[in-house]
Design a protein around this ligand. Structure first.
Ligand code: FES
Ligand SMILES: [Fe+2]
Length: 438
C-alpha cells in the first residue's frame, strides 16, 4: 500500500523512504529549506567590509557578504545575465563580483554596476532590473546569521524559541560575550541523507558504541579505564526546545564537578590561565551566572533544520541530494581570553572532530551503513520510540527525557512533518531560566 507523506512520519517511527527518495528530497528543499530560516554562518566569517563566504541555502548557491557600510547581505550566487555562478571561492574579500562568462559586474550589495559593451543594449535596458536575487530576510542572533527565502517567515527570535537560552550560554563562555569563527572550515561529505547528521548531533544513545575505540584509546593515554559517556544511570537529559530544536543537556553531570573548568579544557591549560579566564567571566557575569555558563559549557544543540552547536563548533549540514550530504564544521574561539584557552579548545576539537580525529569519522561511517541497510525492503520503519513512556514535561513546559532517549529525534520529525504537510506553526515557549550552581 502506498503511504501518503504525512504517514511516513509517525509518533515513534519514520519510514525509510524519507531518506532515499529524490521526490521527497525536492519537497524538503521547497517546504523546509526555502520556506524557513536556515543557518548560513557566523558574522565573524565576514568581519571586514568586502569579506564574503559562499554557502548554499538548501541546494541553491548563495554568498554572504559584508558591504562597506558594515551590513551583511545574503545574495544568490546566480548571474542575472545567463545564469552562471558569479563566485567560485569559499571565502575572500572583494568589493565586486565579476561573472566570468560575459563580464557583468555586481557590487557586494548585489547591484549590477557594469555591463561590457553596454551600447549593445537598447534604451529600455535598466541595470536596476538586474540586481542579484537576495535572501528575503537576514537576521542575526548573538553573531549567528540566518537567512530565509520566505519574506513572510516569523522573526528569528520567535523561531529560535527556547534554544536562545542555550545559544546565550555558548556565547557567554566568552568574557566579552562573543565567539569568533576565523580558524577555517573543515569539511566532510557522505553518501547518505542530510537528516542522518541532524539526528546524530543530538543522539546521546550512540557514543559508547560508535565511539568505543576513541574512548579506549583515550583511556590508555590517560592510564585510566575507557570513559562511558552516557550510561543508563546518567543524570543528563535530552530536551525538545520547540520548533524542531533540541539539546543534549549535560549540565547535571558538570554541576557535580569540583573545579569549574569546561571539560574541553581540563588538563590542557595551566592553572593560571584557567583561573584568569574564570575571574574574567565572574567580572562580567557574576558568580551565579558564571557557574551556570560553565556548567552547561559543552552542549550538543540542534537548530532545525541545518545547524548543530557541538563542543566549540558550529556545524552546517548541507543537503546535496537524497543520498549525498556535505558538512561544514566551523570551530570557534572565545573573544577576550588568554590564547592558551583558545589553543586548548582548538586542539580538543581536532582530536575528536578533525579529519584525523577519533570521533566524527566513525559517525559518518554509520550514516553510510544506514543508507546501505535501508535498501532492504520489508523492514520499512526506523524505530524512534526510546524513552517515549518515560518522557515528561519539565517546569519550563519543555518535553524532557533521559539523555539516551530519542526525544530530540522525535522533536525533529514533528517539525519535519508539520512543515512538509503544511501545518507548521511555531510554538511559543517562555524563555528558560534555570539557576544552577557549580
Ligand atoms: S552569464 Fe554572467 S555575464 Fe553572462
Ligand atoms: Fe558521534
Amino acid at each position: 500500500m502506498e503511504l501518503k507523506l504525512d504517514e511516513l512520519v509517525q509518533d515513534s517511527r519514520v519510514h525509510r523512504r524519507i531518506y532515499l527518495e529524490p521526490e521527497i528530497f525536492e519537497l524538503e528543499m521547497e517546504r523546509i529549506f526555502e520556506s524557513n530560516w536556515v543557518f548560513v554562518g557566523h558574522e565573524s566569517e565576514v568581519a571586514d567590509p568586502g569579506d564574503y563566504k559562499t554557502v548554499p541555502i538548501g541546494t541553491q548557491p548563495a554568498i554572504m557578504t559584508r558591504d562597506e557600510g558594515g551590513e551583511i547581505h545574503v545574495l544568490m550566487n546566480r548571474c542575472t545575465h545567463r545564469g552562471s555562478t558569479i563566485c567560485q571561492e569559499q571565502r575572500g574579500n572583494t568589493h565586486t563580483f565579476r561573472c566570468w562568462y560575459h563580464g557583468w559586474t555586481f557590487n557586494n550589495k548585489g547591484d549590477l554596476i557594469g555591463v561590457p559593451y553596454a551600447n549593445g543594449y537598447g534604451g529600455s535596458f535598466d541595470k536596476r532590473n538586474f540586481s542579484l536575487i537576495k535572501a528575503a530576510r537576514v537576521e542575526r542572533y548573538r553573531g549567528l546569521v540566518f537567512a530565509s527565502l520566505n519574506p513572510e517567515v516569523e522573526s528569528l527570535a520567535d523561531y529560535l524559541a527556547s534554544a536562545k537560552y542555550y545559544i546565550d550560554l555558548f556565547m557567554d563562555l566568552s568574557p566579552q560575550g562573543e565567539v569568533e569563527s576565523r580558524s577555517g572550515i573543515h569539511k566532510y561529505g557522505y553518501d547518505g541523507n542530510w537528516k542522518f547528521q541532524m539526528e546524530n548531533g543530538v543522539d546521546g544513545y550512540h557514543p559508547n558504541f560508535v565511539h568505543q575505540s576513541f574512548f579506549e584509546t583515550q583511556g590508555k593515554q590517560l592510564g585510566r579505564q575507557a570513559m562511558q559517556l552516557f550510561a543508563g544511570n546518567s543524570e543528563c537529559e535530552s530536551k525538545d526546545l520547540g520548533n524542531g530544536h533540541a539539546i543534549l543537556d549535560m549540565a547535571p553531570r558538570r554541576a557535580a564537578t569540583t573545579r569549574p573548568v569546561p571539560n574541553l579544557l581540563r588538563g590542557a591549560t595551566s592553572r593560571a590561565s584557567s583561573d584568569a579566564y574564570i575571574e574574567s567571566l565572574i567580572r562580567r557575569h557574576g558568580n551565579d551566572r558564571t557557574a551556570e555558563i560553565l556548567a552547561a559549557s559543552n552542549v550538543n544543540l540542534a537548530i532545525f533544520p541545518n545547524l548543530l552547536v557541538i563542543g566549540i563548533q558550529l556545524r552546517i549540514t548541507i543537503p546535496v541530494s537524497a543520498k549525498r550530504t556535505d558538512v561544514h564544521l566551523l570551530p570557534t574561539t572565545l573573544k577576550g581570553v588568554p590564547d592558551e584557552i583558545n589553543v586548548a579548545r582548538l586542539r580538543a576539537h581536532e582530536s575528536f572532530y578533525g579529519p584525523a580525529g577519533g570521533g566524527a569519522p566513525d559517525d559518518v561511517e554509520m550514516f553510510t551503513r544506514c543508507t546501505e541497510g535501508l535498501r532492504v525492503k520489508g523492514a520499512e520503519w526506523l524505530e524512534l520510540s526510546r524513552g517515549l513512556e518515560r518522557e515528561r514535561i519539565g517546569v519550563d513546559g519543555l518535553t524532557v527525557g533521559h539523555i539516551t532517549d530519542e526525544v530530540p529525534q522525535r522533536a525533529f520529525y514533528r517539525r519535519w512533518k508539520a512543515l512538509m504537510c503544511g501545518v507548521a506553526q511555531s510554538r511559543q515557549i517562555k524563555p528558560l531560566r534555570v539557576a544552577r550552581t557549580v
